[in-house]
Write a protein that binds this ligand. Structure first.
Ligand SMILES: Cc1cc2nc3c(=O)[nH]c(=O)nc-3n(C[C@H](O)[C@H](O)[C@H](O)COP(=O)(O)O)c2cc1C
Length: 437
């Protein structure tokens, strides 16, 4: 094998209606609620030997655009949306190797509840659970949980540091080997190996031990997506995999180098965290067909600028509905996703909002991948060579069974033929597969 293989993940946009308004989505407006599409997706990605599927989440109906929920509800923008733990659990039942990574916000789940939920999922999946650890960023979400609003950006990460410590202590409250289940002596649990936690910190308090018993992975996999300097520090301290939204090879490399340096400075081996970059490949049978599809995607993106601005406003807490599309956008600040806004406004001085939207996230997330399975596979290899690792996270605006088949039966065989991605899983547990190369 010439090149070191890289990892693949899939970013599922919530346990929600997928790709509303896009072609080839069948009766998704009705069928999203039962899990068949999600289960087919998990099976398909497992056949393609993906490391994981991540279920994104938020727990509120968007209201940032023109101060109304209308655009979100009418267009199915991150609503309706189910609690990701249920579909994650069902996905584990129809698969046996792929990692399943639901998102849970630290503002929404008390640490004990989260530790117990994730431990339970790790048990029923036999060691295949990850947790996408997010702090949350919206005051609307905070208000759904009785809070006045979200704490300030960096304070959220300070709180999340302590939260992570508590959750780890709870998972560690059962030492390896605590569960004896010895029928001869009649002893189920070795009492010397189960410990109270008695955590009383600045933000959280819990007693422990965790009553759900041990996690098969010991500590389930942690996924994270911090983009700001404070977010990267958090990810470098805690994450086994980072999902990165960084545009262009130089920025991708700089991001990874920065996180790896932060890990080394915190005493962690940088190879124990895999950075996966968002991509939205456009796969055609020929180059011409791929180009045609790219043009169709660009045209569609131009048609739905308000919907896309509503989505951007949802994660940055900014009402883009109040700006003139044909005027330059001034400087903006957010207590939401900082990196997303920084990327969006990087060229804001010289461009109008409409022009910015034409550039933003249409066919290119980290790098543009447009072509046949072979040319895309070759491009992915080049990108990984230049960036240094560790893989890609697919996030497609038009996800459907057709798109899944293009990836599973078109692109992935081309990657495997080049030795770029795995053709079978070596290990049973998620972290072992993630850290295999
Ligand atoms: C690929 C990706 C997936 C994310 N998934 C979620 C999610 O499901 N729920 C959520 O509240 N935030 C999610 N985020 C937001 C991050 O957790 C984080 O808040 C965001 O990247 C901003 O970080 P920063 O303020 O440190 O730049 C995601 C971000 C990225 C790039």
């Amino acid at each position: 094998m010439a090149a070191r293989p890289f990892h693949l993940g899939w970013f599922l946009q919530g346990s929600s209606v997928q790709a509303w308004g896009e072609p080839w989505t069948g009766h998704i407006g009705q069928t999203w609620m039962v899990p068949e599409f999600f289960l087919d997706m998990a099976r398909s990605l497992e056949r393609a030997c993906f490391d994981y599927v991540l279920l994104e989440d938020s727990s509120y109906v968007g209201e940032s655009y023109q101060g109304s929920t209308d655009i979100y509800l009418k267009n199915g923008i991150a609503v309706p949306r189910q609690d990701p733990s249920v579909v994650a659990s069902l996905m584990t039942a129809v698969t046996s190797r792929i990692g399943i990574v639901p998102t849970f916000g630290t503002y929404a789940y008390p640490p004990y509840l989260l530790a117990r939920l994730v431990a339970t999922l790790d048990q029923v999946s036999q060691g295949r659970i990850g947790w996408n650890a997010v702090t949350g960023s919206s005051d609307f979400a905070a208000m759904n949980f009785g809070l006045k609003g979200m704490p300030e950006h960096d304070l959220r990460y300070d709180m999340a540091d302590e939260y992570m410590q508590v959750v780890r202590e709870l998972w560690g409250s059962w030492e390896p080997g605590a569960l004896i289940a010895d029928r001869a002596s009649g002893v189920l649990v070795d009492t010397s190996k189960v410990h109270a936690v008695d955590h009383e910190g600045q933000f959280y308090k819990t007693r422990g031990p965790l009553n759900s018993g041990p996690c098969p992975q010991g500590q389930p996999v942690i996924a994270q997506a911090g983009g700001s300097p404070r977010g990267r520090q958090f990810a470098a301290q805690h994450a086994d995999t980072i999902v990165a939204h960084t545009k262009g090879i130089a920025a991708m490399k700089a991001y990874r180098d920065d996180v790896r340096a932060r890990m080394a400075a915190s005493g962690r081996d940088p190879d124990t965290c895999k950075v996966l970059y968002l991509v939205a490949p456009i796969i055609g049978q020929t180059e011409a067909e791929a180009e045609e599809r790219k043009q169709a995607r660009l045209a569609r993106a131009r048609e739905i600028i308000p919907q896309r601005l509503a989505h951007l406003g949802k994660v940055t807490n900014i009402d883009f509905g109040k700006f003139d599309l044909d005027q330059p956008l001034g400087e903006l600040k957010t207590n939401g996703h900082q990196q997303t806004l920084d990327q969006f406004t990087a060229k804001a001085r010289d461009k109008t909002l409409r022009e910015l939207m034409e550039d933003y996230n249409t066919t290119e997330l980290s790098v543009e991948l447009v072509g046949t399975p072979d040319t895309i596979a070759a491009r992915m290899a080049e990108v990984m060579e230049e960036v240094g690792g560790d893989g890609f996270l697919f996030s497609l605006p038009n996800v459907s069974r057709r798109v899944l088949a293009e990836v599973e039966d078109g692109l992935v065989p081309a990657l495997q033929a080049r030795g770029l991605t795995r053709s079978s899983y070596t290990h049973k547990q998620f972290r072992d597969n993630l850290l295999e190369f």
